[in-house]
Design a protein around this ligand. Sequence first.
Ligand code: NAG
Ligand code: NAG
Ligand code: NAG
Ligand code: NAG
Ligand code: NAG
Ligand code: NAG
Ligand code: NAG
Ligand code: NAG
Ligand code: NAG
Ligand code: NAG
Ligand code: NAG
Length: 658
Amino acid sequence: MVLFFLLNAIFSATIAGAVTVYSQVPFAAASTSATSSALGSTYTGLAAYDPTVLNPPPIPSPLPPNQFGIQLSNNASDVQGLSIPLSGAFLGFSVEMSVADQVLGRNSSLLQVPFLNLMALVTERAGRVHVRVGGNTQEYATLVPELSDYKIIAKEQVPGETPTDTPTLLYTPDILYMMANISALVNTKWYLGIPLNDTSHLRLAIAEYGERILGDNLLGLQVGNEPDLYARHDHRQPTYGPYDYFGEFGLVVAAMQADPNISVLNNLIAPSVATGDWTPEDVWNTGFIPAYTNSLSILTVEHYPDDNCAALYAGFGAPKDPQTEFANYLTHASGRGIVQPYLNSSAIARAAGKPFVMFETNTASCGGFPGLSDSFGAALWAVDYALQMGVGGFAHALLHVGGQDVYYNPFTPPPTNQSSYHQWSINPIFYSVLAVAETLGPSNNSQLVDLAANGDNDYTPAYAVYEGGTLARVALINYMTDPSGANDYTANISVDGGVPQQVYVKYLLAPSVGEKTNVTWAGQTFGGRFESDGRLRGNMSVQTVACDQAANSCAVTVPAPGFALVFLSSGALSESSPTSTATFPTTVVTGHAHAASVDPSALATSNGHGGMDAGAGSTSKGSSGGGKAAGVYPSVAVLVAMLAGVGVAMRASASQWP
Ligand SMILES: *[C@@H]1O[C@H](CO)[C@@H](O)[C@H](O)[C@H]1NC(C)=O
Ligand SMILES: *[C@@H]1O[C@H](CO)[C@@H](O)[C@H](O)[C@H]1NC(C)=O
Ligand SMILES: *[C@@H]1O[C@H](CO)[C@@H](O)[C@H](O)[C@H]1NC(C)=O
Ligand SMILES: *[C@@H]1O[C@H](CO)[C@@H](O)[C@H](O)[C@H]1NC(C)=O
Ligand SMILES: *[C@@H]1O[C@H](CO)[C@@H](O)[C@H](O)[C@H]1NC(C)=O
Ligand SMILES: *[C@@H]1O[C@H](CO)[C@@H](O)[C@H](O)[C@H]1NC(C)=O
Ligand SMILES: *[C@@H]1O[C@H](CO)[C@@H](O)[C@H](O)[C@H]1NC(C)=O
Ligand SMILES: *[C@@H]1O[C@H](CO)[C@@H](O)[C@H](O)[C@H]1NC(C)=O
Ligand SMILES: *[C@@H]1O[C@H](CO)[C@@H](O)[C@H](O)[C@H]1NC(C)=O
Ligand SMILES: *[C@@H]1O[C@H](CO)[C@@H](O)[C@H](O)[C@H]1NC(C)=O
Ligand SMILES: *[C@@H]1O[C@H](CO)[C@@H](O)[C@H](O)[C@H]1NC(C)=O
């Protein structure tokens, strides 16, 4: 047996020559017609830092009207097409198991402080955050009591296997203690997965230990990751079909029932089809739901609307041009088109009394597209897509997080050997998670409706949010880029029974849909590449818009490009807006051990939200400034550099293309 550290796998010339899944080299082949990128197609470094900047698509023709009315009922009972009640924790994260030791922490006593800060930003707005640790690499995971050098994860390549085979992932129980420790600091709820590569040798340790260590913080256990692709990926015989999966799921249920160390038997998650080679209906048609209803807690699918596989592997045809693909994302039709095939399944799940969850998604599989997946355009797309999922009956959705060799990460820790001088990189799509959290708020009782605004124009979508049955917020998107301002639009919002005196507006802004770093949400930012410790910088800024009560109109302008969240009352604003930012500066660096700890005082506020002064609507107290962050963070950076040693955060999943 040869123990491969990821680093070796990535940079070893022999393996790179074989074009393995670990190599980022093929990403360099992805060409782009961007003219605004200095480096463009010559970039050969890690995908997560690819400097490609795409041009915004041209302004559509015919031009969408730049003034339109939105007429709203105040009472949800009068509204057709309202979603199920939704939680502000709608968007969470799916972390590839093989990079959990890079993203979450080194081990249970060395947590990644930026990760804690980022999760705290979500919990402050939504009350909780959902994180899945899994993916393709979960399927080959095996628990071992311990690994050398306090590691919690290691990869083991079997001699004779080609490097493109998914390697065995060894993990220790400490990864679960690490997750429990994170939950103790920030209200993080977890999903795990039972390895299903080999149902003749089921490995249930993750269920036994996960349940014991995580308790109520474990939301459920996935059984089978994209089983519709097992045959295609040679993980099963070519004839493997939905009935085979049905049978294998039954084996897991029986094995769990027979395992005295497992007491929770109703928390399984399935079928997580990629809607690649099977539709969810193919699984429903086996009688799956009634057969296993007592074991199933959540019904899931996984999906990426596009793939960049041709840039990575032979057999996928000509590489796709990200600049060409870009326009496909910058329209309301994108989210609608992705969600439409699942409307039948979400209704079936609802009838069965099970939440329906998009368990893994992002802009495109096989790493995403350079300049696209990491753009502000992707952030607008993710807001629209998430809200569309909400309208379409999904209970929530998880954005996938890989390693350094993907473009789509919401957040990326620095490569380990750069962590002494670099901080994290936060992509625009992370801002979408905050924006969606605030759109829905922490009540669990928000219902969405797609307003088909502006004559159902594809470039100016809008949603209304009813909370507890009453109109609370309006979400407005402008997909166009036009620095002249001519394609900013003004939505005239009217409400049956009259508009309030004023409304409050938070903007998600960047100068172009192609922008990668100059992004703000309500005036706050994470800054550029390698610049963030996971805290928002700057003061929160909320615009107050005076309404014309005589005309029953609140005129809200949405820049091109931009997203505006309109709060129809100060209550609707304050419940989504944190008043104090719980942060996790490192407080202890001791001797050679370099133990990081987290400020326990942060515990008191980590789940807090609300309380903004009624009507004030301008700033929040206690926002942390960038200067302070810079003063605190480097100790952590040094620490991680010293401790993380060999590993480099690399997405190691063999594939997840649909
Ligand atoms: C928007 O409202 C203003 C007055 O507040 C009015 O002058 C204008 O005509 C309205 N536009 C539309 C499209 O309703
Ligand atoms: C909304 O409408 C329903 C049915 O017309 C009514 O029972 C309810 O009281 C209304 N809610 C509010 C807040 O007005
Ligand atoms: C499943 O994965 C385990 C590693 O955890 C490996 O030992 C086993 O050989 C695999 N089985 C199959 C059928 O690939
Ligand atoms: C963190 O994990 C360790 C196990 O490694 C445990 O002993 C410790 O109590 C945990 N700390 C918290 C705050 O949960
Ligand atoms: C499983 O149960 C045995 C005894 O029933 C116990 O010794 C062992 O620690 C348990 N393991 C786990 C992971 O709970
Ligand atoms: C919905 O799914 C069920 C179960 O697979 C199937 O029988 C039915 O035809 C589907 N309906 C639509 C409209 O696709
Ligand atoms: C980091 O590690 C990679 C891979 O070994 C290497 O190519 C790169 O030069 C290193 N960078 C620094 C700054 O040491
Ligand atoms: C929202 O739902 C979660 C999960 O059921 C629950 O823990 C939380 O307390 C709920 N929040 C509110 C405000 O009811
Ligand atoms: C950042 O974007 C804003 C518009 O969103 C623009 O006003 C500002 O000049 C930009 N800053 C930089 C440094 O590009
Ligand atoms: C934030 O607000 C405080 C006080 O209101 C002010 O002193 C500070 O300069 C502001 N910071 C920024 C970046 O605008
Ligand atoms: C975490 O790793 C560090 C060294 O990297 C070690 O000192 C510490 O004991 C480890 N913690 C646990 C719980 O294994």
